[in-house]
Ligand binder design. Structure first.
Ligand code: BES
Ligand code: ZN
Length: 859
């Protein structure tokens, strides 16, 4: 081997490590008018091994020149070769570069694209109706390489010193404060302070006619919100939670905020919800801006969640970063967990941990598939990195953290987190590092406990039954479809049990590590609840007598989160064929007095599922069944809010109303909804905001062409992001085929933003009245959608196929994805297809008797 040969990595997607960048001096000059940019980068490098080649990432860039300045001042000019398949640039020099320090100078240019990734263009209409542009960035996971050539892997951390050269009428924001501003050649030249040592995916620039709120300070950190002109009245709520959560995190983490300022920017076109660029967090408008007077509880909670989540990342993700994308959960699960803690501390009355149960249940529904994956999972290609941003990383990850926190205690957990952050600040870490910190502080064998939850796919079903004077607990992997290969899996399960003995309660805590165990029951036990508090990431089957005792005793004896677990677990075992459908459908009668919106979410979701699998002949019977369940609860709440009611009750009213009018197809409710909607149009203050989404949904569901046109207009002229979104989604709710056709066309003709279009198609695929039409449209326009829509949007859109729950459609769906060789990254497509299989096999199993069962249950 000659001296200058560098072993190229066997993985074409990883860069060789013989050169390590430590600092980037970037100068970028975007031109909004022609949607292009030019740039220069000077990258300080440490050469570890003599070499003639430099490999770094670049894609869709033209590199005009590359020169290397060595230690002794000698300069090498490199030839440049781009490798589009691996998104790399290979620079080659004539003479070997010796080990030591050197500087790489690059000049390049590229386009401001419309794909909402890399350096891209977003557009909006100003107050006069004229179209305006701004430029923004979205680099995670692997798109910094589209804005400047770089070592675009999370463990190549470096310092960034950015200069933006812009039209003097525009404003520019980046990760740090502005340190100098001048005019050169009729351009505004803005220099930003150096960043901390950080990953490329966290770099950000936003350039446009954007306006900031006055700063509010958290300690010394100025915190501002930015919007396009005219939206300042929508910033106060986001600002409040931003200040509250930043304060909360500085206290919890015991480490000061790592940036020198914090800007939160609302971008009109944005692929995901928000992005945690250090000091310059970007958001889609619905995730940051809201009118507090007209926003619903769910809309306000969404903003609180997203803002708290991104702020949590300033430490978890930005200060300490996963070494590679297989460990993405360290970023996202933690940010999700911390989001709950912060929002719960800010608004305890929202009971955020209770509604987190809904997210946990969503994770169960994917993790119950044979095609699930472990939380930590190998990643090679960029597509696979993108596919890691899923429910398993976020919601399963956050759930197992919550389980661990409850198991070792919240103080030990917090102190372990502090130690982890202090140890790895400005660097990278992996799962083992986290267990080491938590285990040391808690003095408990954390890796042994947690490895099964992070490195194994799936989760356990715990079956609980009484045998004599013992309680027997048995674990097995939960799957919807029987699969023998999963039989041997075991977890270390922290189990909390509550025993009721008449009026007295006793608590038991144990770690179930074997397949089964049993504990002795004290004399006179009247009921047993397994998974007390509902924190465990497992489902429970209370068998026979145990279930009967809980029901006899009355469900009001359980906490809301426990009632949620009971019904959610019962529904899951029904879908898996372990509980007969009639038995499940008897349960809603026990929830007659239920006033918890999360518990109702499970019930309503189970009805929606049935709606997707019943034949159209049976739909009327299902509707009657839904009315029978929902009406008593809704009548009891009434149409009007009562004094002293909580935000959660108001939300529940909206949820029940929507279900009654749409799934229940209740004529009287539809009539009254139309009247109230008219009143609302005349005077927005006459109706509680929380029922407005339901009114709009019901009116769309029952609407004709005139109403479609009216709602289209309301979408176009909406004054808040939430109102715009509400009317946009209503366009996917009409039952008229002509309306569905029109909405589908608008998803690809530019009338609907590409940030939203895939979700609208997804909604049409899930709507039983439009699903076939939508599916035909997707097949016919796949290539165009693939080109137009942001990648993650396209992936989410495909999630809509799980609603195509007939044997014929299922076959067609499989055929399409196979013949077109479509890869959605990771295991995404396999999971959607298996969810569809689960739904269709449920239909095949229960479809014949569901009518009789529903009629029986209605009586
Ligand atoms: N890091 C993500 C943003 C992201 C998502 C980048 C997908 C690349 C691909 C950000 O922190 C995030 O998680 N955003 C969530 C919202 C959050 C409240 C769960 C989102 O965008 O949905
Ligand atoms: Zn996140």
């Amino acid at each position: 081997m000659s001296l200058e040969d560098v072993p190229s990595s066997s993985d074409p997607y990883r860069l060789p490590r013989h050169m390590i960048p430590s600092r980037y001096d970037l100068r970028l000059e975007p031109d909004l008018a022609v949607a292009s940019f030019s740039g220069e980068a000077t990258i300080a490098l440490t050469v570890k091994q003599t070499t003639k080649t430099i490999q770094l990432n670049a894609v869709d860039l033209v590199i005009e020149s590359a020169t290397i300045e060595g230690v002794k001042g000698q300069t090498f000019t490199a030839s440049v070769e781009l490798e589009p398949d691996t998104q790399r640039a290979k620079l080659t020099v004539g003479e070997p570069i010796p080990p030591g320090e050197c500087r790489l100078h690059l000049s390049f240019h590229g386009k401001l694209n419309d794909q909402l990734r890399g350096f891209y263009r977003s557009t909006y209409k100003d107050a006069t109706g004229a179209r305006q542009s701004l430029a923004a960035t979205q680099f995670e996971a692997t798109d910094a390489r589209r804005a400047f050539p770089c070592w675009d892997e999370p463990d190549f951390k470096a310092v960034f010193a950015t200069t933006l050269v812009v039209d003097p009428r525009l404003t520019a924001v980046s990760n740090t404060s502005v340190i100098a501003e001048s005019i050169e050649n009729n351009k505004k030249v803005i220099r930003f302070a150096e960043t901390i040592n950080m990953s490329t995916y966290l770099v950000a620039f936003v350039v446009g006619q954007i306006e900031a709120t006055p700063p509010r300070f958290v300690g010394r950190t100025p915190l501002r919100l930015w919007t396009v002109p005219g939206k300042h009245s929508l910033t106060s709520f986001g600002h409040d939670i931003a200040v509250a959560s930043l304060t909360f995190f500085e206290n919890y983490y015991g480490v000061p905020y790592p940036g020198d300022k914090l800007d939160l920017l609302a971008i009109p076109d944005f692929a995901s919800g928000a992005m945690e660029n250090l000091g310059a967090i970007t958001f889609r408008e619905t995730a940051l801006l809201v009118d507090q007077q007209t926003g619903t509880h769910a809309e306000l909670e969404r903003i609180a969640d997203v803002v708290a989540h991104e702020n949590a990342h300033m430490w978890f993700g930005d200060l300490v970063t996963m070494a590679w994308w297989n460990g993405l959960w360290l970023n996202e699960a933690f940010a999700t967990f911390m989001e709950m803690l912060a929002v719960d501390a800010w608004k305890p009355e929202w009971k955020r941990w209770d509604s987190f149960a809904v997210a946990r249940a969503a994770a169960f529904s994917v993790d119950g598939l044979v095609s699930t994956r472990p939380i930590e999972y190998p990643v090679r290609a960029p597509k696979d990195a993108d596919a890691m941003f899923d429910i398993l990383t976020y919601e399963k990850g956050a759930s197992v953290l919550r389980m661990l926190e409850q198991h070792i205690g919240s103080t030990a957990f917090r102190d372990g987190v502090r130690q982890y952050l202090r140890t790895h600040a400005y660097g990278n870490a992996d799962t083992k590092d986290l267990w080491t910190a938590l285990g040391t502080v808690a003095r408990q064998p954390v890796p042994e406990l947690m490895d099964g939850w992070i490195f194994q796919p799936g989760f356990p079903l715990v079956t609980a039954e009484v045998e004599g004077n013992h309680l027997r607990l048995l674990q097995q992997r939960f799957t919807y479809i029987t699969e023998t290969s999963t039989a041997g899996q075991l977890w270390q399960i922290p189990v909390q049990i509550r025993l009721s003995i008449g009026d007295r309660t006793e608590h038991r805590k144990l770690l179930l590590t074997e397949r089964e165990t049993s504990i002795r029951l004290p004399a006179g036990v009247t009921s047993v609840f397994v998974n007390e508090g509902g924190h465990g990431f497992y489902r429970v089957r209370h068998q026979g007598l145990l279930l009967q005792q809980l029901l006899d005793q009355g469900l009001e004896c359980l906490a809301a989160i426990e009632r949620f677990a009971l019904i959610s677990d019962a529904w899951a075992t029904t879908m898996a064929g372990l509980t007969p459908l009639p038995e499940f459908l008897r349960l809603p009668t026990h929830f007659k007095n239920e006033r918890n919106k999360n518990v109702w979410t499970v019930l309503l979701d189970s009805f929606s599922f049935l709606n997707r699998i019943v034949s159209s002949d049976d739909r009327a019977v299902l509707e009657a069944f839904v009315r029978g369940c929902v009406k008593p609860a809704f009548n009891e709440l009434g149409w009007e809010p009562r004094s002293g009611e909580s935000d959660l009750d108001r939300q529940l009213r909206g949820d029940l109303l929507g279900a009654l009018g749409k799934l229940g197809n209740d004529a009287a409710t539809q009539q009254e909804a139309a009247e109230r909607y008219q009143r609302y149009r005349n005077d927005l203050t006459t109706v509680d905001p929380n029922i407005v989404p339901a009114l709009v949904t019901i009116l769309a569901h029952t609407g004709d062409q005139t109403r479609y046109d009216e709602f289209s207009e309301r979408y176009r002229t909406a004054t808040t992001p939430q109102e715009e979104r509400r009317y946009l989604f209503s366009l996917a709710t009409f039952r008229l085929p002509s309306a569905a056709k029109r909405t589908l066309e608008r998803t690809i003709n530019g009338e609907i933003r590409t940030q939203d279009a895939p979700f609208i198609v997804g909604a049409l695929l899930s709507n039983v009245h439009s699903r076939e039409q939508a599916w035909d449209f997707v097949k016919a326009n796949w290539d165009q959608m693939d080109r137009l829509f942001p990648k993650q949007g396209l992936r989410r859109m495909c999630g809509g196929i799980v609603g195509l729950a007939t044997p014929e459609l299922e076959k067609d769906v499989r055929g399409f994805f196979t013949s077109r060789k479509i890869d959605l990254g990771g295991k995404t497509l396999d999971q959607y297809l298996e969810q569809l299989r689960v739904a269709v096999s449920f239909r095949e199993r229960e479809g014949g008797t569901v009518r009789a069962v529903l009629m029986n249950a209605t009586e």
